[in-house]
Design a binder for this molecule. Structure first.
Ligand SMILES: [Zn+2]
Ligand SMILES: [Zn+2]
Length: 273
């Protein structure tokens, strides 16, 4: 089996680069990225006092992505995002490497000084995927959702229920939890039934104190920003001010036209899970 080598990046000389074990993944990555580009690129505009945030993207540290941090960051800046959160499956390493990459790109003047990379991790709990934001270490493996959320809060992070009604989500268990945010628009969900169920949580009165997020859940560079969150009232953009604005619930989930075009097209093929 051929190994697809990931090119060593200058910024990451202190870290390992993951090699993808599937010989075909490089071709698949190219094909999906090319198709997504045909659907059109997101073009996000924000007003003063707002930041466009994609709170859920994957890098090559996830088993299902070969997106490099440098390409992700540059794409995010190009589409108008002011912040991304890296939430790789079961490891914090992708987020930490992406933070280092952003500092490197800033030192070269390639991206704005105030661009934010939020550290996070997507954890496979006993009931499905739950995300941790603003944490900088690995978390316990395969906890219950409640155990995970306790651990996230002890570390000062925010707990996000991602793609709740997808087959890998936790579904209605979310109503029993002390969560901080829920992903109501997810760029990796293409079934209209699931998308509608996720979106239905926006108006749920049991979740009135929970931030509502839109995220790309991008496993491919071209999908970054396909869904995103407008965060208001953060003043000077810092990790702390972004976190406080999320706690205050100053979030508006948005799905881009390019995502809706792809979802409409794929929705005609059948129920995708
Ligand atoms: Zn997931
Ligand atoms: Zn994900």
């Amino acid at each position: 089996m051929r190994i697809v080598e990931i090119k060593q990046q200058a910024y990451s000389r202190n870290t390992h680069n993951r090699a993808c074990p599937h010989w075909w993944f490089g071709g698949w990555d190219w094909l999906v990225n090319s198709t997504l580009k045909l659907a059109g690129s997101t073009n996000i505009r924000t007003r003063p006092g707002e930041i466009a945030f994609d709170p859920h993207v994957h890098t090559l540290y996830s088993h299902c992505s070969i997106s490099t941090p440098a390409k992700l960051i540059k794409k995010a800046v190009r589409v108008g995002l002011g912040a991304i959160a890296v939430m790789d499956h079961g490891t914090i390493e992708g987020a930490l490497d992406t933070m280092r990459c952003a500092e490197y790109l800033k030192s070269r003047g390639e991206i704005p000084e105030d661009f934010l990379v939020v550290p996070g991790v997507e954890v496979n709990t006993t009931h499905g995927h739950v995300g941790a934001l603003f944490v900088q270490q690995d978390l316990a493996a395969r906890p219950t959702p409640a155990e995970l959320i306790d651990e996230i809060h002890e570390l000062g992070g925010l707990a996000v229920v991602v793609h709740p009604y997808h087959s890998t989500g936790i579904g209605d268990v979310l109503f029993e939890l002390d969560l901080d945010a829920v992903e109501v628009e997810c760029g990796s969900v293409f079934s209209s039934d699931i998308a509608l169920s996720n979106r239905g949580l926006l108006a749920d009165e049991n979740l009135s104190n929970v931030a509502k997020l839109g995220s790309s859940d991008a496993h491919y560079v071209a999908a970054v920003g396909s869904c995103y969150t407008i965060v208001r009232g953060i003043g000077e953009p810092t990790l702390e001010s972004l976190k406080q604005a999320m706690i205050a619930g100053n979030c508006e989930p948005v799905s881009s036209l390019s995502y809706r075009n792809v979802a409409n097209f794929l929705g005609k093929i059948g129920k995708l899970r």
